[in-house]
Write a protein that binds this ligand. Sequence first.
Ligand SMILES: O=C(O)CCC(=O)C(=O)O
Length: 308
Amino acid sequence: MESSSVKIWKDVSFETLVNEIYPQRVPAVLKNVNIGKCTERWTAEYLAEQVGNQPVKIHVSTSTKLDFVNKNFLYRTLPFGELIARAAEEKHSNYFLDEKEFYYMRSLGDDPRKDVADIRRQFPGLAKDITYSDIFPEKQFFSSVFRIASKGLCLWTHYDVMDNLLIQVKGKKNAVLFHPNDVSYMYMNGDKSEVLDVENPDLEKYPEFIKATKYTCTLDSGDILFIPALWLHNMTSLEFGVAVNVFWRHLEENMYDKKDPYGNKDPHPAATALTFLEKALKTLKQLPDDYRTFYSKRMISRIQDTIS
Ligand SMILES: O=C(O)CCC(=O)C(=O)O
């Protein structure tokens, strides 16, 4: 499998990010960007002190690789201070499943079914320490998600429909990304890839995966990773991790699904086209196999003619 490194940009201003890096539509690691006091301040003790015991929803698992197919995790609620203490330690005296279980928090909106996460609303005591609002116009802002991870934890490979600036505030993290053009090698299940272990993939089950190119980088405390919309990605926390990722709209607002608190629903034209495709495939089922294959191949050629 081919592998490439994500380009690193040092000491860039927000202007360079917006005018030079962002239009290239490829991932970029930004180092030494001034993101405020969070990198100094956000120790486990400070976070617990600022946020206190507000309840937060978390994923808990005995495995470091969260598996959305076999659901090897539980959803639980913990007071924030307790989550921080547990995520920062490797062996727990209080636990749900096992004394060595792993934790992951992805913050949610006020009403998680309707509202987007916004660190400024749900964690105002922390939002003052992190600066990102003057990067893009506020009208392009979609959400800002506060993330806490135990050492070792890896979230499955997925894509988001928004542009993403992942601000790694504390802890080293490995990122693996895949170009949107490699999506046909990724065994997608909605917005997620079924190839859960991209380092040791099951190539009998996922033989095409080998054709994808991996883009990798390691993020240190204070680094920002720009992940353009549709780039598939997964992250592994090498240490207790604290991150904030900020999603911005790349397309016009009316292209996006209004009922999408997570930023992972396909833009309207794409969702409509995918629905038509499902209808077309169902319609072809009325034909015998050889006819269905013939017309399916005609459809594939027609689609191939339209892509660059
Ligand atoms: O950093 C993480 O824990 C995951 C980030 C991620 O997948 C995202 O921002 O979409």
